[in-house]
Write a protein that binds this ligand. Structure first.
Ligand SMILES: Nc1ncnc2c1ncn2[C@@H]1O[C@H](COP(=O)(O)OP(=O)(O)O)[C@@H](O)[C@H]1O
Ligand SMILES: Cc1ncsc1CCOP(=O)(O)O
Ligand SMILES: [Mg+2]
Length: 261
């Protein structure tokens, strides 16, 4: 699985983002740091054309800007039409009925290759009560394996829940990733950036479960490596980017903590 990082650098996939206005720049930079190419678009005019040249598509509902919502649906449908892998990040889906209804529409009208969210977002989609505020999860991973398997089997896609431990499933196998640091919660966009990394791996490989696991492993491990003693939160963000740029197969083999269930 770890050798997929070399594929990203070889192929330099184009990762097309329809995303929020808070973390868009960080998502572009992390995509570049891994070795892929980012492209962000809010254009109805070019959606069909641009999806055709993309290697993968990321849809993130974070800011729920009303003028973009139909575009996000169209982008997902175009990804299906042109057989491009497409990832959904249902940011804050539990926070309002509006978000929940929009995510329901996306899930009904688009076949996603993968859905990733924090534990509260994923449990909410799985039908569980959750503890969350705004876009942040304060939930634990009780029932998380049940939730991810339920969603994966119902929607026939890979599902990833992020948190202290990250869990990924294709409905059959479950991959647990034990890397990370609580500091990742004190920078906005680490979840959004995971989706960009997932898009980068998906654009370089058709092994979906491995690609999604590598996306989250890359963020969690690089956060862990960046978290040197007494590092300030501003420096931590810079070190996170540096570690993404410097990550290679050797470091993944040395520090990756993965369990396949
Ligand atoms: N308590 C924690 N300990 C270690 N890593 C964490 C913890 N909480 C979140 N992470 C990591 O932070 C990154 C973002 O996850 P998360 O905070 O769940 O997403 P979001 O930013 O979408 O809310 C992931 O790499 C995840 O593994
Ligand atoms: C704070 C905020 N508000 C709308 S989108 C967004 C960013 C969320 O990023 P993440 O899901 O990675 O925490
Ligand atoms: Mg998030």
């Amino acid at each position: 699985m770890y050798s997929l990082i070399n594929k990203v650098k070889e192929i330099n996939p184009l990762v097309l983002h329809y995303t929020n206005e808070v973390t868009i720049n960080d998502c572009a930079n992390i995509t570049l740091a891994l070795g892929a190419s980012p492209l962000m678009s809010f254009s109805y005019e070019e959606v069909e054309e641009i999806v055709q040249v993309a290697s993968s598509v990321v849809i993130n509902i974070g800011t729920m800007k009303s003028s973009n919502l139909e575009l996000f649906l169209q982008a997902g449908k175009m990804a299906n039409k042109y057989n491009k892998p497409v990832v959904l990040d249902p940011v804050g889906v539990f926070a309002t009925k509006t978000r929940a209804n929009f995510v329901k529409r996306l899930l009904n009208e688009v076949r996603f290759t993968a859905i990733k969210g924090n534990v509260a977002e994923i449990k909410y989609i799985g039908g569980f009560d959750v503890k969350g505020k705004g876009v942040d999860s304060f939930d634990d991973d009780k029932n998380i394996d049940e939730a991810i398997k339920k969603i994966a089997n119902k929607l026939e896609c890979v599902v990833c829940a992020t948190g202290k431990v990250d869990s990924v499933t294709d409905g059959n196998r479950i991959i647990k990733i034990y890397n990370g640091t609580p500091k990742l919660k004190y920078i906005t966009g680490t979840g959004c950036m995971c989706a960009s990394l997932m898009g980068s791996y998906l654009g370089s490989s058709d092994k979906t479960l491995e690609a999604i696991s590598m996306g989250i492993m890359t963020m969690s491990l690089c956060g862990q490596l960046a978290d040197k003693e007494n590092i300030s939160i501003g420096d931590f963000k810079v070190e996170l980017m540096n570690n993404i740029y410097d990550l290679d197969e050797e470091k993944l083999n040395k520090f990756g903590k993965v369990e396949v269930i």
